[in-house]
Design a protein around this ligand. Structure first.
Ligand code: NDP
Length: 433
């Protein structure tokens, strides 16, 4: 805290991970102390902060701050998304980059941890303004990334359109057509199923976690928060698996649709028209729209927070448990506060942490990198089958690690330990760097 003041989200992420690693570290205390393994783990290898000037449609110049944190490359090139949201600061990017190390390790694929973004707000901007920002951002970022060094992807506010503008600018400056970004459009090196991957992966893992506990997902009622990339495809896959999703939200309010969210309508509103959720009622007159928060007050069997960090608080956890919720799986990164997580775990609610549950996005990004390297494209079914295999594997690895270290059923500890072991082994093998 003294070394990195004013970075509360980063402190929160580090605290959660280190606390769950206590037993592993204690078993090898001398080695960890001598090699300063934890100290090296929490210090990014490198971080960039830069000016991003751009011109709006009225000729006015704006200045945003860009970031890229290259956290850990022990097991592969840095990999992690770019977040465009006014709340972005160094602490947020560091928390996301730190989480990414363990998530990427859990996928079993050779990718290190990194994250980046800017405090730019894409809401309400014209296409030309988005392009101006993305080009300026990439003009600086292109000095630090590359297909074999650091491969950014999308995150909040960065979708296919933004990745396209950034890829074009990278190619123009560096003269390289290479897999430097993932989440690309299908016509220039993107992977089928990448758009769906995080949401679908979340459901594959949730289904497997329930199965391990003797529960069938079919017929269950589900609350989802958010209405972006992760939320939309989580809702779609939940419905394909026979569950009924009754909520979605954005930063202004939330909808309750007792007959089940209409995914086609949601895609039209969010992906095509880029409107607010208030429009949902035009498609589904029997649904309700409420201002503010409230998704977690609905009586459901399963809760899937898919919006942003710290969106599920202690009072929400209490409401979910009181309503008989059996499982929470995090589609977003760190959406559940530490107190809420502990409350859910203590009250018998199965809890899958984001670094395991939402790893399907980055796993499929790594599959996109493989396709780019071999200059081939795989079919949707091939990528989806690999994604499912990876998520089922992650679920078993986190469950087994929890059991091995005496905390059976504690998937937070299990995911942290399973991700950590591989990174530490690689760091140790590579010497003091
Ligand atoms: P999108 O930008 O597509 O959607 C984000 C959604 O969350 C929107 O509905 C947005 O509402 C809402 N939201 C964002 N910030 C806030 C806030 N401060 N308060 C309330 N609601 C908010 O992002 P993604 O779906 O891609 O990402 C969602 C989460 O999933 C993030 O935590 C991200 O890091 C994580 N994630 C994403 C992956 C991916 O592949 N996309 C992979 C792994 C994790 P509004 O439109 O009003 O802003």
């Amino acid at each position: 805290v003294k070394k990195n003041p004013a970075e509360p989200e980063f402190h929160q992420a580090v605290k959660e991970v280190l606390e769950s690693l206590r037993t592993v570290v204690e078993a090898n205390e001398e080695k960890f102390r001598r090699d300063a393994l934890l100290e090296r783990l929490v210090e990014p290898e490198r971080q960039f902060k830069f000016r991003v000037p751009w011109v709006d449609d009225n000729g006015q110049v704006h200045v945003n701050t860009g970031y890229r944190v290259q956290f850990n490359s022990a097991i592969g090139p840095y990999k992690g998304g770019l977040r465009l949201h006014p709340s972005v600061n160094l602490g947020i990017i560091k928390f996301l980059g730190f989480e990414q190390i363990f998530k990427n390790s859990l996928t079993g694929l050779p990718i290190g941890g990194g994250k980046g973004g800017s405090d730019f707000d894409p809401k309400g901007k014209s296409d030309r303004e988005i392009m101006a920002f993305c080009q300026s951002f990439m003009t600086e970022l292109c000095k630090y990334i590359g297909a074999d060094t650091d491969v950014p992807a999308g995150d909040i506010g960065t979708g296919a359109r933004e990745i396209g503008y950034m890829f074009g600018q990278y190619k123009r400056i560096r003269g390289l057509f290479e897999g430097v970004l993932t989440g690309k459009g299908l016509s220039y090196g993107g992977s089928l199923a990448r758009t769906e991957a995080t949401g679908y992966g979340l459901l594959y893992l949730t289904q497997e976690m329930l199965k391990l506990n003797g529960i069938d997902i079919a017929g269950k009622t589900v609350a989802v928060s958010g209405s972006g990339n992760v939320a939309i495809y989580a809702i779609e896959k939940a419905q394909q698996l026979g569950a009924k999703v009754v909520t979605a939200s954005d930063s202004n309010g939330w909808v309750y649709d007792p007959e089940g969210i209409d995914v086609a309508a949601l895609k039209e509103i969010k992906e095509v028209k880029r409107e607010r959720l208030t429009s949902y009622k035009n498609y589904r007159p029997n649904s309700e729209y409420h201002e503010g928060r409230g998704v977690w007050t609905v009586k459901v069997d399963i809760a899937l927070p898919c919006a942003t960090q710290n969106e599920l608080h202690l009072e929400d956890a209490r409401a979910l448990a009181a309503n008989g919720c059996i499982a929470v799986a995090e589609g977003a990164n760190m959406p559940t506060t530490m107190e809420a997580t502990e409350y859910l775990q203590q009250n018998g609610v199965l809890f899958a942490p984001g670094k395991a549950a939402n790893a399907g996005g980055v796993a499929t990004s790594a599959l996109e990198m493989s396709q780019n390297s071999e200059r081939l494209s795989w079919s949707f079914e091939e990528v989806d089958a690999k994604l499912k295999g990876i998520m089922v594997n992650i679920c078993h690895n986190m469950a087994d690690a929890a059991e091995k270290y005496g905390c059976k059923g504690n998937y937070v500890a299990g995911a942290n330990i399973a991700g950590f072991e591989k990174v530490v082994e690689a760091m140790t093998a590579q010497g003091i760097v």
